[in-house]
Design a protein around this ligand. Structure first.
Ligand code: SF4
Ligand code: SF4
Length: 186
């Protein structure tokens, strides 16, 4: 008797689901909207990046490479910016660490590759991804902010703009700050 009851219960569950609409989508013709906070591929926006390397320092896997050289005005020239997605675990720590939200989650997820090495993205490849994304969203970053018509390196406070506030006359930039040892001498 108990055996028959279990079968009946199982069939009830089956019948309930027969009449429910399917939850699958016809990918790739249809795609689901990715939730805003999903930890998808990373997007790097050069126009927001100051080259501070905070993202690289925050990454537990060491998959971000930032190479910079100083400019005359104290800001940094970004010579290289690369992400090795072969070892990235999509933890999002880099996105949380970036003071300028220049690296954000929100990239596409249909990026399977045939050649493993192609998961290493250099600056050109990252910029291409970012531009494609921005073209699709009409200039809106994943965090909801919109791109300025003529994006400056950043209009947000940077190392350069903070230093005059601290009462130091130029040349500006973190590399021109007094070292701790120099402070003790004064
Ligand atoms: S998501 Fe995590 S592992 Fe990937 S680059 Fe950012 S900090 Fe590194
Ligand atoms: S932390 Fe942000 S601003 Fe600094 S180098 Fe990384 S992406 Fe650029």
């Amino acid at each position: 008797m108990a055996y028959g009851l279990s079968i009946a219960r199982g069939l009830i569950v089956t019948f309930k689901h027969i009449f429910k609409p399917p939850i699958t989508v016809n990918f790739p013709e249809e795609t689901r909207q990715v939730p805003v906070r999903a930890r998808t591929n990373l997007l790097w926006f050069e126009e927001r990046c100051t080259g501070c390397s905070t993202c690289a320092q925050a990454c537990p896997d060491g998959c971000i490479l930032v190479q910079t050289s100083p400019r005359e005005d104290g800001t940094l020239n970004i010579d290289r910016y690369e992400i090795d997605f072969r070892i990235c675990m999509y933890c999002g720590l880099c996105t949380e660490a970036c003071p300028y939200q220049a690296i954000q989650a929100g990239g596409r997820y249909d990026d399977a590759v045939y050649v493993f090495e192609n998961m290493y993205r250099n600056r050109e490849s990252l910029t291409r991804e970012a531009k494609t994304y921005m073209a699709k969203t009409d200039g809106r970053y994943p965090n909801g902010q919109t791109q300025e018509l003529s994006p400056t390196r950043t209009e947000m406070p940077t190392a350069k703009s903070r230093i005059p506030g601290a009462g130091v006359d130029g040349p500006f930039g973190p590399q021109h700050l007094h070292s701790r040892a120099e402070h003790h001498q004064h």
